[in-house]
Design a protein around this ligand. Structure first.
Ligand code: PMP
Length: 398
């Protein structure tokens, strides 16, 4: 049976070009990059070349500002805890209620430790209310941590503008953004539009590099302290022997993603738009979560399907070879409704029936047609036995 992988916001397939450049560092050039002998030079050079290449991909910044980490989760932890540690005189943080758990849970932990944390809500489109943000900012705010693009809905926040407003309020406010879903899908330029962003996190496995590698940008001069202590790797800013092949892979993936970003994302957007339009035409009582947001990731489609369990649909889709998700992959596995959709006030009758398709450059028209061919039928069948669905009138029971 054909497999259609449409869960690229959860993880992506490793690009063949990425695997190819990684391979020598598992076999021939396996040395510890900190070793003194000449043979190890290839490993340490590979790390520095990767750093320079990523710096180039993110707008031609100074490579010294890029640190390699084990994941975006680690990068977010390092960004937030590292800023808190370096600024003990300031206590207020601003984030959003729809962040990935790797930011949200830190916000909650800092609150437990006595910090004053503001979790900004979103409107029905999943967007921040600018006035709420401006009202929350104070001259003594410690940091702002706002994601560039939401992993569940694809809704994007205007981080460049929010960062500028923070710096205008007080130049000492540290601005962090979780750009894990943005890199490779949106232009990310730390030299031009994101010039006021101090810290930026992202991950390899959302851009066709392996899982277990990430990066953190720390702008020179940022009041930030290292979070993982130990050896002198990364100039003492992130201890632990570097994962050379993965770092090399991350740089290659970044280069490929950024090189094709506009053209490739236009193609992906047209696939997503065809999927969205057709499913809405064919399935009654379906809404797109985040449809009216000013900017939404071109690859993401999050559907609110009224009167049905998302898990039941996923199971049926999976029997047809289609991989999608309900809510985010990180929060599915619990029966708690998605915190993102809850914050958007998606109605109760739809919150359990949310379904996310997220595409990548490896999807094609045949994938979309297959989803269109099977999903409406699956939903009709499940609705027939749903206590919430009026099968005769083909609508939700009131
Ligand atoms: N932030 C966002 C927005 C994400 O989508 C993810 C992955 N689901 C992460 C952070 C965590 O990334 P990693 O799996 O590399 O820790």
């Amino acid at each position: 049976m054909k497999t259609v992988y449409a869960d690229n916001n959860a993880t992506t397939a490793i690009a063949p070009e990425v695997l190819e450049v990684m391979q020598p560092y598992f076999t021939v050039d396996y040395f510890n990059p900190s070793s003194m002998y000449a043979a190890a030079r290839s490993a340490s050079d590979a790390i520095e070349n990767a750093r320079a290449s990523i710096a180039q991909s993110l707008g031609g910044i100074d490579p010294d500002q890029i640190l390699f980490t084990g994941s975006a989760t680690e990068s977010n932890n390092a960004a937030l805890f590292g800023t808190v540690q370096a600024n003990p005189d300031r206590r207020q943080l601003i984030t959003t209620a729809v962040e990935h758990p790797s930011v949200l849970e830190i916000g909650k932990e800092l609150e437990r430790r006595g910090h004053d944390v503001t979790f900004l809500g979103v409107d029905r489109n999943g967007e921040l209310v600018r006035d709420d943000y401006v009202r929350a900012l104070r001259r003594d705010t410690l940091m702002v941590s706002i994601m560039m693009a939401n992993n569940e809905t694809g809704v994007c926040f205007p981080v460049a503008e929010l960062a500028r407003i923070a710096k205008e309020t007080d130049s000492r406010i540290v601005v962090h953004t979780d750009a894990t879903q943005a890199v490779g899908k949106l232009p990310v330029n730390l030299q031009t539009d994101l010039q006021h962003v101090d810290l930026l996190a992202f991950s390899g496995h959302k851009i066709h590099a392996p899982k277990g590698v990430g990066a953190l940008f720390v702008r020179r001069g940022t009041r930030w302290r290292p979070f993982i202590l130990g050896g002198h790797q990364e100039k003492g800013r992130r201890a632990g022997t570097e994962n050379v092949p993965y770092i090399v892979g991350l740089a290659k993936a970044c280069e490929l993603a950024v090189a094709g970003v506009a053209e490739e994302q236009n193609r992906v957007r047209s696939l997503r738009d065809r999927l969205q339009q057709t499913l809405i035409e064919l399935i009654p009582a379906v809404e797109v979560n985040g449809k009216d947001a000013e900017v939404r990731l071109p690859n993401t489609l999050n559907l609110a399907i009224h009167g049905i369990e998302g898990e039941a649909i996923l199971y049926e889709l999976s029997r047809h070879g289609i991989c999608a998700s309900s809510g985010s992959a990180c929060t599915s596995g619990t029966l708690d409704p998605s915190h993102v959709l809850k914050a958007m006030q998606v109605p109760f009758s739809a919150i359990h029936g949310s379904l996310r398709f997220s595409l990548s450059r490896y999807n094609n028209e045949a994938d979309i047609e297959w989803i269109i061919a099977v999903l409406p039928d699956i939903i009709a069948r499940i609705r027939k036995i749903s206590p919430y669905w009026d099968d005769k009138r083909n609508c939700l029971k009131l």
